[in-house]
Each structure stands twice: as structure tokens, then as C-alpha cells.
Design a binder for this molecule. Structure first.
Ligand code: ADP
Length: 161
């Protein structure tokens, strides 16, 4: 049984994340989407809001669960029994950081293997921070974020569309 975790901030979840979830859930027996509860990061959505959006998004995927964790990813992996870390690579700019984190996690927990999915070309430019920035100025984010979450993002900026 392969049990993988796809960790991230998902603040908010985008089509890029959705694509990685769909593809990785087809590769591994079980996939946990793990929302990082990072108290030092100023987030737009609370962890509970992000978990609930991801649950809505993945409700038809039988082998996908959504959870949140704080502290070290490897500690959460030991607890949950996941041994594979799924990450998405958009561009070379992601590479250096991701390589470093993957190697550190492997040293901390030798059972942990990181597997990278290359981004779908359609979404290679897309990041949660770009979505937040566009939404803050009333830009059209319907091409970036699943339909059911678009208004929730605008609401955070008191924007009515
Ligand atoms: P983090 O704070 O961990 O970077 P993110 O929510 O920004 O959290 O990203 C989580 C993971 O999803 C990362 O591996 C990131 O590279 C990947 N990802 C984000 N946006 C995309 C995208 N458009 N296409 C593919 N992967 C993506």
C-alpha cells in the first residue's frame, strides 16, 4: 500500500493544486492532502476554511482525505503512516528550495521519499499568492480557482462581484 501526503498552504486552493491532487491520487493507493498550520505565516483563509474547501473539492475521490498538521511534516508522516511526499514543480525557481526540503526530510526520516509532479502547462504560472494579489484588486480569478471558491476569495477582500 502506498500512502502519500501532498502538503501545502493551499491559501487558497487553485487549479494547479487540483491538477496535482487528481494526478497523484491516480498513482498512489491513498493520498492525504495536508494543510500546513503555519502560525508564522499570515494566511488569508483559516486552516479550517482551507481544510473544508479541500474536502469539498475532493469529495468524489475515494482514496483522498484532507487533514491539517502543524510542526514538522516528517512527524506528521510518522503519525499517519505516509511515506511519500508529493510536491509540484512549476519552474526552475521551485527547484532549489524543493530539493533542499526533500533532502532534509529524507535525512530526518529516511523512509520519506519525495516525488515531484511537473506542473500541467496550463497552470505553470499559477500560484496562490498571485491569486491573492489579483483578487485584492478585483481581478478576474475565475481562471485560477475552482468556481465554488471564487466568491469566498473575493469576500476576504470585501469585494462583491
Ligand atoms: P507551500 O506553502 O508549501 O509552497 P502551496 O500551497 O503554495 O504551499 O503549494 C503546495 C504545493 O503545490 C507545492 O509543491 C507547489 O509547488 C505546488 N503547486 C502550487 N501551485 C501549483 C501549480 N500551479 N502547478 C503545480 N503545482 C503547484
Amino acid at each position: 500500500m502506498s500512502k502519500a501526503i501532498y502538503p501545502g498552504s493551499f491559501d487558497p486552493v487553485t487549479f494547479g493544486h487540483q491538477d496535482i491532487i487528481e494526478r497523484s491520487s491516480a498513482v498512489f493507493d491513498e493520498l492525504i492532502v495536508g494543510v500546513l498550520n503555519n502560525s508564522t505565516k499570515n494566511s488569508l483563509f483559516s486552516v479550517d476554511e482551507r481544510v473544508s474547501m479541500l474536502k469539498e473539492l475532493t469529495k468524489n475521490f475515494k482514496n483522498v482525505t484532507v487533514d491539517s498538521f502543524d510542526g514538522l511534516l516528517v512527524d506528521y508522516m510518522k503519525e499517519s503512516g505516509a511515506t511519500i511526499i508529493v510536491r509540484g514543480l512549476r519552474a526552475v525557481t521551485d527547484f532549489e528550495y524543493e530539493l533542499q526540503i526533500a533532502q532534509t526530510n529524507h535525512v530526518e526520516y529516511p523512509k520519506a521519499e519525495t516525488i515531484f509532479f511537473t506542473t500541467n502547462l496550463k497552470f505553470s504560472y499559477l500560484s496562490s499568492s498571485v491569486v491573492r494579489e489579483f483578487a485584492a484588486y478585483g481581478g478576474d480569478i475565475s481562471k485560477f480557482v475552482p468556481k465554488q471558491f471564487v466568491d469566498r476569495v473575493y469576500e476576504k477582500f470585501n469585494i462583491k462581484k
